[in-house]
Design a protein around this ligand. Structure first.
Ligand code: B12
Ligand code: SF4
Length: 462
């Protein structure tokens, strides 16, 4: 029996979704446990459990409250989950997460009584206290959305100013050792405004570097974790902060390897050397397009020169890299997309991620389209109810089939060429690399089919 069950709903049910733990739920669970509640976290894909299975588990645990993370892509899953839970167990259902923050109306579409917008470490425990009857004061609960018969009272999202006061996430409630990546955050927020990005908090907040490294030390000691992934939106945005984390990692001799995401205009040779020196193995950059004009239009005001330099510097210091490319940017043509493929080949990253531009709530792209009258928020409702199958954005003159074809072309051009394969085979240093090389060999020989980033769904927006 648990007082509260927190659910990260099923997504694709595949290994990729099992790579990262649901840290948002672990952060809020830590506060609830501290307040005296018993909490169970269900990570559907990791636990290999369907909506039906989760609802049965909820009935068995008989909590007075169920909390569910809602991302845009999981709306259909959340919808059926809510329905099924309601059939099997009477309790209050509360939703939170990126979609709820940006599109609070979804609380009414889901027909649940409460939602929390933004970071919920403050607001959610107060709501739980109120609903458990321990507090009679629902006034001023941070980020609260309350739904009375479809009439919503919506507060502004809460973003916690001093994140150094947060408790460490309750990792004992999830299968910490079994995820492929163990994520640690050293900061929250991002001041940039890339048009497709659903990041909601523009103000940067940093944790105390001592606490960050302390958390890594506990992960090492308690769970034997030797490799971590910084979840920060832009790890090197504050050079001093990043360097301080590096110097503490060195001082404490933690001997962990790690990876991070950042921007090409926020690294330099000295910083990358310092990172490599203390275990950084992999840096991922959002390159977005190989055409500078498109990149800038998308909100990444970074020159081709800066991008080339970042990748060259990473190679010079021995850091592996990934270039993330988005197809389907506004005003982008198929020729522009081909230029992106050529640019990525020139950058010579270790990995390339080719995705399609999609429309998420709260993003500048959605705001632009809404202003032009091309879409409105019924998009999410339709997607949730299965009336729309894809959120891919289609620039003028580009069809869903074009995007589908170009994604395959990109994947084949980058991965299935002899020099990439040769390089992979020469640098096998572990099971993962061996698997990757085997995958490329089999795909090249047409023994296994290639599936990449949602490109099978040619229905688009607008
Ligand atoms: C790691 C990560 C992943 C991991 C898995 C995440 C996981 N298991 O938690 C992987 C790589 C699998 C992934 C996949 C995808 N992701 Co992702 N991911 C992230 C990332 C970088 C970090 C998530 C995290 O741990 N944050 C830290 C915690 C503390 O914050 P949080 O999760 O938001 O939780 C807080 C609040 O949201 C709230 N909250 C969360 N859940 C709940 C539940 C309740 C009941 C309440 C009250 C509150 C609450 O309280 C938490 C504590 O403050 C975020 C960006 C970001 N910086 O957050 C993107 C992000 C969540 N991902 C995003 C996207 C788009 C995707 C993909 C669609 C990408 C793709 N094209 O395939 C898929 C979809 C996966 C899915 N399940 O739906 C978007 C979501 C946009 C949206 N509107 O839904 C984000 C915001 C990135 C962005 N800036 O655009 N992702
Ligand atoms: S894509 Fe990265 S840099 Fe751009 S707004 Fe999102 S988190 Fe910030």
């Amino acid at each position: 029996m648990a007082d509260v069950v927190l659910i990260y709903p099923p997504y694709r049910g595949n290994a990729a979704e099992r790579s990262y733990s649901p840290l948002g739920l672990s952060y809020i669970a830590a506060v609830l446990e501290r307040t005296g509640y018993s909490v169970r976290i269900v990570d559907a894909d990791m636990d290999g459990i369907t909506a039906e299975g989760i609802a049965m588990l909820v009935r068995k645990e008989a909590p007075f409250l169920v909390g569910i993370t809602v991302l845009t892509h999981t709306l259909p899953a959340v919808y059926s989950l809510v329905e099924r839970i309601r059939e099997l167990h009477q309790c209050t259902i509360v939703v939170g997460g990126a979609h709820v923050t940006a599109d609070p109306q979804i609380v009414s579409d889901l027909n649940v009584p409460y939602g929390i917008r933004g970071e919920a470490e403050h607001g959610f425990p107060r709501l739980v206290e109120y609903l458990s009857g321990k507090s009679s004061d629902a006034h001023g609960i941070e980020g609260l959305i309350s739904n009375e018969n479809g009439r919503l009272d919506i507060r502004n999202p809460c973003f916690i100013e001093d994140i150094s006061v947060l408790l460490q996430p309750a990792r004992h409630l999830i299968k910490t050792r079994e995820y492929r990546y163990t994520v640690v955050f050293s900061s929250r927020g991002c001041p940039y405004r890339c048009i497709y990005c659903a990041e909601q908090c523009r103000s940067m907040r940093y944790r105390n570097p001592e606490d960050v490294v302390g958390e890594i030390a506990s992960l090492r000691k308690d769970y034997g974790i030797r490799s971590i992934d910084f979840g920060d939106s832009v790890f090197t945005i504050n050079r001093e902060h990043a360097l301080r984390v590096c110097s503490l990692l060195k001082e404490k001799r933690l001997n962990v390897t790690w990876s991070c995401i950042t921007r090409a205009d926020l690294v330099d040779l000295e910083l990358l050397k310092a990172m490599k020196d203390v275990g950084c193995r992999f840096v991922s950059f959002g390159v977005e397009s190989g055409v500078e004009r498109i990149r800038r239009l998308g909100g990444k005001n970074i020159s081709d020169k800066a991008v080339r330099k970042a990748f060259r510097h990473c190679r010079d210091v021995g850091l592996r890299t990934r270039a993330s490319i988005l197809f389907g940017n506004p005003t982008e043509t198929v020729e522009d997309m081909r230029s992106s493929i050529a640019f990525v080949k020139e950058l010579k990253p270790d990995y390339a991620l080719f995705s399609l531009m999609q429309v998420f709530p709260g993003t500048p792209l959605f705001q632009q389209l809404e202003k032009a009258g091309a879409v409105n928020r019924t998009l999410w409702r339709d997607f949730m109810l299965g009336k729309r199958i894809s959120l891919d954005y289609l620039p003028d003159g580009v069809s869903g089939e074009d995007l589908y074809r170009i994604s395959h072309e990109a994947f084949r051009t980058f991965y299935l060429n002899n020099s990439y394969l040769k390089n992979k085979l020469l640098h096998i240093s572990g099971v993962d690399e061996l698997k990757e090389a085997a995958f490329i060999l089999l795909a090249k020989a047409h023994i296994i089919p290639i599936r990449d980033s949602g490109a099978e769904a040619p229905q688009g927006i607008p």
